[in-house]
Each structure stands twice: as C-alpha cells, then as structure tokens.
Design a protein around this ligand. Structure first.
Ligand code: SF4
Ligand code: FES
Length: 251
C-alpha cells in the first residue's frame, strides 16, 4: 500500500448507521431499528453510505433516489430526527452514530421509502396548479413580456422539488392531516404572483382561505428551517395569508 493511501485509510471513521426497517406488505414483519457499520470515505454523503450498505451488506434495504444531486427530491428522510435529503448530506461533521427513519405523514412503501407522489398529485389537483386563463393560444403572437421581478418570484416558488421535508417537519399537519402544508401555500403563491393566471383573490380564497389552508398554520415555521432548497416559505405564507385576509374582508 502507498504511504499516502495508508495514512488516509488510518483516518477513516467507522460510522454506525441505525436504519428503520419495515416491510408493511409482509404481515409477519415487525418494525425495527437495525445498525450497520460503514467506513467513512472522503466526501461521503448519506446516499453513498446507504448505497454501500445495500451493495455490501443488505440488498433488501429500500430507499429512494433518482438524481443524487438534490434535484428530484426522492431521498428525503429524517436524519437524526430532522427532515433532509440523503444525497445532500455529508457524513463529515456528523456524529459517529447516525439514525435514519422515513419521513412521517406519507404512506410508507418500505424501510426509508415513502410515497410522496400521491400526496403531491393530490396537492396539484387541490390547488388547481395550472394557469387559468380565457386567452386563446395564438402561435403567431409575440412573447408575453413579464417583469424580471415577477419572473424571479415565480422561479423562486418553482424551485420546490416536492421532497416533502416541509410536510414531514410540520407540526400543524400532525394535528390536522387536511392542512395544505408549506408546499401547498408555496404552490398557491406561485400562481397568485403570475400575471397570466386570471384567477381573482376571491377564487384563491375558495382554495386556501380556511383552516385547511393559509389560516391553519400554527406558525412554528419548521418548514422554513428544513426546506433543502431554501425557499423562503415564511415569506410565501405571509404573502398568501395577507392576500387572503383582504379577500376575506372584502367577501
Ligand atoms: Fe421540499 Fe421545500 Fe418543496 Fe417543501 S417547499 S416540498 S421542503 S423543496
Ligand atoms: Fe434526488 Fe436526492 S436523489 S434529491
């Protein structure tokens, strides 16, 4: 072994990764935390550690990933109790013992995998997340010009990767499972700010002006802390709530 390689190997930590294991489709299977030992490597992420465990120790381990680059939102889980993306989380700086459990609230598929897709599809239907306009499409028309500031505000909201971290960390949704969550409020804000969407505040009020929507939030703001895309969810909530309060007064 090369001298450099030996000194690098000597510095590698042994991590204990304690993982929630459960197959809800197996009637005899019981939920359990199972410990795995992994040698930490340079720039290791939790996704890499999970992959290593699956490749070298237990091929039955279930977890989700697609992009490995914090783009698809699939690998969200509770990491030492806090919602985050496994592919974005470096093991460096973490304690020697790391606990991984699936995001709460969503339906468990198995081990660390949950079904966020069904919930987000329902959210899109509930918020009618498309441009509502009576304008007829004319391919000979020029581009719709939009102010840079407006485009930037739409882009900000569009950065949501539907990971579910804001939902998994939300205290309101634990008490009220019909609550639309920060991702839902953010989705409404995205269309409210878009000048191409002709819905009135009164129409948005029908969707989100109630206890299941913007008035249900108890304001602990974990969503803002946990969003891996750093979307300013607190600002989005304040924006939608202010508009809905005015719409509610006007009736
Ligand atoms: Fe994830 Fe942030 Fe979108 Fe919530 S708002 S689903 S935390 S990216
Ligand atoms: Fe896509 Fe982690 S694998 S966000």
């Amino acid at each position: 072994m090369e001298k450099g390689a030996r000194s690098r190997a000597m510095t590698n930590r042994k991590l204990t990764i304690s993982i929630f294991r459960y197959n809800p489709n197996d009637p005899v299977n019981k939920p359990a935390m199972v410990d795995y030992q992994v040698e930490e490597s340079e720039r290791m992420t939790l996704f890499m550690a999970l992959n290593k465990i699956r490749e070298e120790q237990d091929p039955s381990l279930v977890f989700d990933f697609v992009c490995r680059a914090a783009i698809c939102g699939s690998c969200a889980m509770l990491i030492n109790g806090e919602p985050s993306l496994a592919c974005k989380t470096l093991t460096k700086g973490m304690p020697d013992r790391i606990t991984l459990v699936p995001l709460p609230f969503f339906k468990l598929v198995g081990d660390l995998s949950v079904d966020t897709g069904t919930w987000f599809r329902g959210l899109n239907e509930r918020t009618q997340a498309w441009i509502h306009t009576d304008k007829k499409f004319d391919p000979t028309d020029g581009e719709d010009i939009m102010k840079n500031k407006t485009a930037q505000e739409i882009y900000e909201a569009e950065r949501c990767v539907e990971c579910g971290c804001c939902i998994g960390g939300c205290a309101t949704i634990k008490m009220n499972n019909q609550f639309i969550g920060a991702a839902g409020i953010n989705r409404v804000a995205r269309f409210m700010v878009d000048p191409r969407d002709e819905r009135t505040d009164g129409q948005f009020f029908e969707i989100v002006g109630n206890e299941m929507g913007t008035f249900g939030c108890i304001g602990l703001m974990a969503c803002d802390d946990y969003c891996p895309m750093s979307i300013p969810l607190q600002n989005q909530l304040a924006y939608v709530r202010r508009n809905m309060a005015i719409a509610g007064i006007k009736g």
